[in-house]
Design a binder for this molecule. Structure first.
Ligand code: UDP
Length: 453
């Protein structure tokens, strides 16, 4: 009997949220756990489905049954969609998990832990029923987690009024949340505040989770991590940046255009502004044209990711706009770039970004200072940290206008101020490297977490 138990395979079940910025870090975590000897199952929905490619053939992929429409994600927007997905999956996931567990027992495997993205909170009800060890994974920053908590609490006091600062002054700092202003709280451009609050009420609910893993680093967010530890009263493990813990995985949902690396090879050191706004940010045609003009007048070269469908076309079709842009001097435009490779390239001197958390970590990990143009939710807080706490970024606020773009690019690429930011970014890069090395804080945190399995 003992011998049989000893031979039991230990499997971890991971449940990603269906979005690029959430799938990538969970796959990186899965890789790290697999390296430590665990078998891996990834349970995903049909939305933003990651195809198990040959590089991920060590993992088992399964599909969570649900009957939402493919168009729901686009029609509802991310917040409403996640709420609907959770409602849809409460029962179906429980049924599926019951059958899955029976199957695993017949092949003598033990599910040692279920790790679910905080936005897949319906998982908690099912794992509680089967008394499984469960852990929440937060793929955003610790301070974003704190902001969601605070936003939900402020709303509970007296609704919208408390989310706007006293007398509706959104520029005011939220007490004890420096550098976050009321306007930086993670409201969404896709849905009214009530929807975000409903979502956050669920994502902040720890339920029976035994701990929380966060894709962040102690040295970046110590006070937010301590805040969470106090509030949640369960262990909080900062184990990031996960892209530096586990080697790059083929997790792109779009095909990467590697031709831009050849283009970068021909550029001078630190001479290129890399522009990418992540996997779902949208821009108006007018903003794109203003940005293009500002970039041209700044006299700097640029590599720009223009994702298909990312421009709300009006007066000009996306194809026309694309043609117009490609004729710009000093520019290279692609539909999707191998971003980590781009940021690691010596030709890249700055990153114009929407400040998604993965992009932020990837830029910090390569010592690339940022021009921050957040679009929605946690990106606003990340931009504030980049500018006011780590001091490696410049935030561009207000309307996008060519003069503003030119000025921001020159501040970072030409001025002494930019040099200083670059120096600070390189120091942070070294700190992040140390954090994932054998004696580093994230490495130790991951080891501590694994000991609990
Ligand atoms: N990304 C990429 N190529 C691109 C643009 C983005 O590989 O051209 C990747 C990027 O490296 C990051 C992810 O897409 O890992 C975007 O995640 P992030 O959290 O920054 O933003 P989101 O897409 O969730 O808004």
């Amino acid at each position: 009997m003992e011998e049989k138990l000893a031979r039991r395979r230990r499997r971890v079940l991971l449940i990603p949220a269906p979005a690029q910025g959430h799938i990538t870090p969970i796959i990186q975590l899965a890789k790290a756990l697999h390296f430590k000897g665990f078998s891996i199952t990834i349970a995903q929905t049909k939305f933003n489905y990651l195809n198990p490619s040959k590089n991920l053939s060590d993992f088992q992929f399964v599909t969570i049954p649900e009957s939402l429409q493919e168009s729901d994600l686009k029609n509802l927007g991310p917040g409403r969609f996640m709420i609907k997905l959770a409602k849809e999956c409460y029962v179906s996931f429980k049924d599926w998990l019951g059958q899955f567990l029976v199957k695993q027992q017949t092949i003598n495997e033990e599910i040692v832990c279920v790790i679910y993205d905080e936005f897949m909170y319906f998982v908690e009800a099912a794992v509680k029923e089967f008394k499984l060890h469960n852990v929440i994974l937060s793929t955003t920053s610790a301070s974003a987690f704190v902001c969601r908590f605070v936003m939900f609490k402020l709303y509970a006091i007296d609704g919208l009024a408390h989310l706007k600062g006293s007398g509706g002054r959104e520029e005011e700092l939220v007490p004890e949340l420096y550098p976050i202003r009321y306007k930086d709280l993670p409201t969404s451009v896709f849905a009214p505040v009530e929807i975000s609050v409903e979502l956050f009420k669920n994502t902040c609910y720890k339920g029976t989770a035994s701990s929380i893993i966060i894709n962040t680093v102690r040295c970046l967010e110590i006070s937010s991590l301590e805040w969470l530890q106090r509030e949640l009263a369960i262990p909080v493990y900062p184990i990031g940046p996960l892209h530096m813990v586990a080697s790059a995985s083929p997790t792109s949902l779009l095909e990467e255009d590697k031709s831009c690396i050849k283009w970068l090879n021909k550029q001078k050191s630190s001479s290129v502004v890399y522009i990418s706004l992540g996997s779902f940010t949208m821009m108006e045609t007018k903003e794109v044209l203003e940005m293009a003009s500002g970039l041209v007048s700044s006299n700097q070269s640029f590599l720009w990711v223009i994702r298909p469908g990312s421009i709300r076309t009006s007066e000009m079709s996306e194809e026309e706009l694309f043609r117009k842009m490609v004729t710009l001097e000093r520019g290279c435009i692609v539909k999707w770039a191998p971003q980590k490779q781009v940021l690691a390239h010596s030709a890249v001197g700055a990153f114009w970004s929407h400040c998604g958390w993965n992009s932020t970590l990837e830029s910090l990990g390569e010592g690339v200072p940022m021009i921050c143009r957040p679009f929605t939710t946690d990106q606003k807080g990340n931009a504030r940290y980049l500018e006011c706490v780590w001091k490696v970024g410049i935030q561009v606020e207000g309307e996008i206008e060519r003069g503003v773009v030119e000025r921001a690019v020159k501040r970072l690429m030409v001025d002494e101020e930019g040099e200083e930011m670059k120096r600070r970014a390189l120091i942070l890069k070294e700190k992040l490297k140390v954090s994932v090395s054998a004696e580093g804080s994230s490495h130790k945190s991951l080891d501590d977490f694994i000991k609990t399995l």
